[in-house]
Design a protein around this ligand. Structure first.
Ligand SMILES: *[C@@H]1O[C@H](CO)[C@@H](O)[C@H](O)[C@H]1NC(C)=O
Ligand SMILES: *[C@@H]1O[C@H](CO)[C@@H](O)[C@H](O)[C@H]1NC(C)=O
Length: 394
């Protein structure tokens, strides 16, 4: 009996030495550029500055994209296993330091058009993510209505626990038109300044003053680049299906402030915040010469409207309500409270900024989701598809 007990204790002692977890500290342990990290649970989502990988668990590194490889190993994918606190290459058994395992360039995401319907059949899911060893790992989800070439929403989780430790990457990437009927080249062309000028000249005459070098419709992100932790996730947001025309002064003005507010909120809450970003309506601009209202589209076929509003739904279990930020995409008209179509609760939830009333940078207000929904959608309750484990409040 005694002997058995002793053996058991020795086993425990040895076991605890062996069971040293591996740790990944962000951003210090990360190579630049990072490969896509996949753990046995899926896409790696850090839970703090330091995240553990347990003894015996695998971590797969993948440099997605043509000709993209883990530089020192010259292979696209490598799997490591955690043993006694260190990572070992499962093929060569060599110990590896994460920091050394950079990719040739930032991994390239893909957009998968699925056949799964969303928003009660109004659209289908587009998943943006990475294919690693035949498994697709989604970074964020778009619900897209192809018939109307309209993004019903971009849904993503803002990782509040890792917000303060994320990669601050200023790299941009060209937008791709995957999932749209227009080609990337055609869509790029809609946004070219010269073409916006001629579009606006056709609406308002050659002397139109809406579009010039500094005033133009920008590619407004729905799920924003800067919400994400890794460079490869940030650059996965560059799809036209995740964007809509937004006046640059609004994009870099109050809409950026809304995005910053959501990241700050996520950071304060310290865990995932669920967001849905979308647009409402078609922007109408008043012709100064005859006071007539004209609806604004980027393309002649009138499939890509400049929206009247941008909005972002923000959800978290500890918030008393699901909240929506709403920003007006019309910097030309001086407006105030009269444009608010649901009860402004920015103040109530401590989300108010004095800047929000500045129409020149996009008049902004906040509402509780249920109130917003009834006013904007004319139906009783939100029908945006929730990820597992989430629910609407009230
Ligand atoms: C990224 O920027 C944020 C905010 O400016 C800062 O707190 C953080 O330390 C920066 N992270 C890195 C890795 O530089
Ligand atoms: C560009 O247009 C904006 C909006 O009408 C106007 O405020 C700005 O002064 C114009 N800039 C130039 C250089 O004309």
């Amino acid at each position: 009996m005694f002997k058995l007990w002793l053996k058991f204790q020795i086993f425990l002692a040895v076991g605890s030495v062996l069971a040293d977890p591996c740790t990944i500290s962000i951003p210090t342990d990360l190579p630049d550029p990072q490969p896509v990290f996949v753990t046995q649970q899926g896409l790696f989502r850090p839970i703090n500055q330091v995240t553990e990988v347990q003894e015996g668990e695998e971590l797969t590194l993948h440099c997605a994209g043509k000709g993209n490889v883990v530089v020192p190993l010259k292979q696209q994918t490598v799997t490591l296993v955690c043993r006694g606190g260190d990572f070992y290459n499962t093929e060569t058994d060599e110990q590896q330091t994460l920091k050394d395992l950079k990719c040739t360039r930032i991994p390239t995401s893909e957009l998968q058009v699925t056949e799964t319907t969303c928003a009660d059949g109004a659209g289908v899911f587009y998943e943006v993510g990475f294919l690693v060893n035949d498994n697709f790992h989604s970074v964020f989800t778009i619900c897209y209505d192809s018939a109307n070439e309209h993004t019903i929403y971009s849904r993503s989780l803002v990782n509040g626990a890792a917000q303060s430790f994320k990669i601050n990457d200023s790299t941009r990437r060209a937008f791709k038109a995957d999932g749209l009927r227009f080609s990337t080249t055609a869509t790029n062309n809609f946004y070219v300044n010269k073409n916006q000028k001629s579009r606006f000249a056709s609406y308002f005459g050659a002397k139109q003053a809406f579009v010039n070098r500094t005033s133009f419709l920008a590619r407004g992100h729905m799920a924003p680049d800067a919400d994400f932790v890794f460079s490869y996730e940030q650059l996965a947001t560059y799809y036209y299906a995740n964007c809509a025309p937004e006046w640059q002064v609004v994009n870099a003005g109050n809409w950026l402030r809304v995005e910053n507010a959501v990241r700050k909120l996520a950071s304060q809450l310290g865990s995932d915040v669920l967001t849905y970003t979308s647009t409402l309506g078609v922007l109408e601009l008043t012709n100064p010469t005859d006071n007539k209202e004209t609806q604004i589209y980027l393309d002649k076929t009138e499939l890509i409207p400049a929206p009247e509003w941008y909005y972002k739904i923000v959800m978290h279990p500890s918030l008393a309500a699901d909240v929506v930020f709403i920003t007006r995409n019309n910097p030309f008209e001086d407006v105030g409270k009269e444009v608010e179509f649901c009860t402004n609760v920015c103040d109530k939830y401590d989300l108010d900024l004095s800047y929000y009333e500045d129409s020149r940078h996009g008049y902004t207000f906040c509402c509780e989701l249920n109130d917003f929904w009834v006013a904007a959608m004319n139906t009783d309750s939100p029908n945006f598809d929730l990820p597992d484990g989430w629910s609407y409040k009230n």
